[in-house]
Design a protein around this ligand. Structure first.
Ligand SMILES: Cc1cc2nc3c(=O)[nH]c(=O)nc-3n(C[C@H](O)[C@H](O)[C@H](O)COP(=O)(O)OP(=O)(O)OC[C@H]3O[C@@H](n4cnc5c(N)ncnc54)[C@H](O)[C@@H]3O)c2cc1C
Length: 520
């Protein structure tokens, strides 16, 4: 085994940077080795056509752990917000849009009953997501051990659920694993409201409104507290790249070194312990510990090699469901788009196209058979309404997550398929903003295949692996690897594929740093 005290972190996505910052803060010698020209992974800002910048994949900040922002001093390191507390506008083709915030719903044809039910629904979901948020700050317990730490951790989870009170505990246990369709049907009348709310459980996953696990995914989405409000949505000034730039600065100020344009080809072993990494160019970097921000399959199969793992782990990792269905559509526009019935003051909110539950389910159905949606659902931001640094004066960027665009599209994502899906997206957008096609100066579509290639995420999956109860908590990414430490001496995981999963939250990075420190 190497006597190097160095810790190498493979990948400078936000989780790798968080992990680096915490380890460096504790005085460890840390080097982040990132394949891309810039750090940030799927949370970056990039010029996608001359003069127009966009948050390439992740475009809204809502999950970043408040403790991490504070402890790493992200504001001191330059993080600013162009806008916080965005409302969501559920777009209606007839212009009778509906708006909801963290506290109220208004507009559209929303009934008095729905107006009264919404705050109750929201508070209850927030209360339930608190249980997850607490669990997210710590390592999940190992299953089937008598270890005191694991037993205490499992007991804390049970206690947090019990502390919800009898009624809420029962409701939490009833709904946590089920689908959004049933619980939204139980509580609301408005088709538009139900469609839009269902999207919170669908984004980034391979789920439709009737799929189990949708509620769990919606609770995960609510578990952050950016700006002190649970589930609030924020647009970082300068795009998501400014979040990861602040994290990189925090890591460097604490003493970490960051190398970009340095793809790791393999993790090196000395006996049964890691001893460093080898870059694609052949350079070797010694390390006593290697922490990987790459997804579990890339880390264990491509970089380490399955021969170093026992057969059970290899089988479980092979079976991780990680086939992405979310694409990103980025448009450069020659002016502000006009959505029928939408005031200029609402253009900068989060706009969603998910007009009812059946529409969303139909959009999902195609993807089950390897087809893209004919009528996609969308989550749209127009960040240039709040942040003029992203486009030339008077011009705009439209950034949309569009689903469903399966990674394993039948026939593959050739030019014809890309054009067909882009046209479907534009056709749907045109229903709400009839002149938008004439305003488009440049279009970029990033399918899961592009996301896999550009960000080195297997399957182009938002969470580095489906975020469902069979792949969550102590089962994430698979049993035996859920505590960040792998069975290979000195090798740890710190990316979204680990507990608690994806989204720009940093929890996996921080928990992994704690696991490294406690394992020393
Ligand atoms: C279309 C889309 C939209 C999304 N929208 C949102 C959103 O609005 N809000 C939100 O919170 N989340 C969103 N997400 C999810 C979020 O982007 C991810 O969950 C998150 O970025 C994962 O962070 P990470 O640090 O774990 O991994 P990544 O961001 O994937 O970073 C991993 C890093 O490792 C590097 N790497 C991999 N292999 C190697 C190697 N061999 N050598 C060196 N480096 C390597 C990669 O280059 C990358 O930089 C979205 C995701 C997608 C796909």
């Amino acid at each position: 085994m190497t006597d190097s005290k160095r810790i190498v972190i493979v990948g400078g996505g936000h989780n790798g940077l968080v992990c680096a910052a915490y380890l460096a803060k504790k005085g460890r010698e840390v080097m982040v080795v990132e394949a891309a020209e810039q750090v940030g992974g799927a949370a970056v800002t990039r010029e996608f056509t001359p003069g127009f910048k966009v948050s390439s994949c992740a475009h809204l900040l809502y999950l970043m752990d408040a403790g991490i922002s504070r402890e790493l001093g992200l504001e001191t390191h330059g993080l600013r917000f162009a806008r916080q507390d965005l409302a969501t506008v559920a777009l209606a083709a007839d212009g009778k849009h509906l708006t909801y915030t963290t506290t109220a719903v208004s507009g559209g044809d929303v009934s008095a009953d729905d107006r009264a039910a919404y705050p109750k629904y929201r508070r209850r979901m927030e209360k339930f997501s608190d249980v997850l948020a607490k669990l997210y700050t710590r390592e999940p317990p190992r299953l089937g051990t008598h270890n005191r730490k694991d037993l205490m951790s499992a007991a804390r989870l049970a206690l947090d659920i019990r502390l919800l009170g009898r009624d809420d505990m029962r409701e939490f246990l009833r709904i946590a694993g089920i689908n959004m369709f049933d619980i939204l049907e139980e509580q609301f009348d408005s088709a538009l409201l139900k469609g839009a709310l269902s999207l919170d459980g669908m984004l980034g996953g391979s789920l439709g409104p009737r799929s189990n696990n949708g509620v769990f995914a919606a609770l995960h989405r609510l578990s952050g507290q950016v700006g002190g409000t649970r589930g609030a949505l924020a647009l970082p000034a300068g795009g998501m790249g400014s979040v990861t730039a602040a994290l990189a600065q925090a890591a460097q100020m604490n003493g970490a070194t960051i190398r970009t344009s340095s793809p790791v080809a393999s993790i090196l072993m000395d006996g049964d312990h890691v001893c460093g990494v080898e870059l694609e160019g052949g350079e070797k970097i010694d390390a006593g510990i290697v922490v990987s921000n790459a997804d579990p399959r890339t880390t264990l199969f491509d970089l380490l090699g399955a021969r170093h793992l026992e057969a059970g782990i290899v089988r479980r990792v092979s079976n991780i469901r990680m086939s992405g269905k979310a694409a990103k559509l980025n448009l450069a526009l020659n002016g502000a788009p006009e959505f029928t019935g939408l005031g200029a003051d609402q253009l900068g909110e989060r706009l969603v196209i998910a007009p009812d539950l059946v529409y969303v389910e139909h959009a999902f159905n195609h993807s089950k058979y390897g087809e893209h949606s004919v009528e996609p659902v969308m989550e749209i931001t127009i960040p240039t309404v709040h942040d003029t640094t992203l486009a030339p004066s008077g011009q705009h960027v439209l950034s949309a997550v569009v689903q469903y665009a399966p990674y394993d599209l039948k026939g593959g994502w050739d030019e014809a398929a890309r054009t067909a899906f882009t046209n479907q997206c534009m056709e749907v957008l045109g229903r709400y903003a009839p002149k938008i096609r004439e305003q488009v100066m440049h279009t970029e579509l990033m399918t899961p295949v592009d996301i896999e290639r550009e960000f080195r995420i297997t399957g182009g999956h938002w969470h580095h692996g489906e975020l469902t109860l069979d792949q969550a908590l102590m089962l994430r990414p698979v049993p035996g690897l859920a505590q960040y430490k792998t069975p290979v001496g000195g090798l740890y995981l710190c990316g979204a594929g680990s507990h608690p999963g994806g989204g720009v939250m940093g929890a996996a990075g921080r928990n992994a740093a704690a696991a490294v420190l406690s394992g020393e």
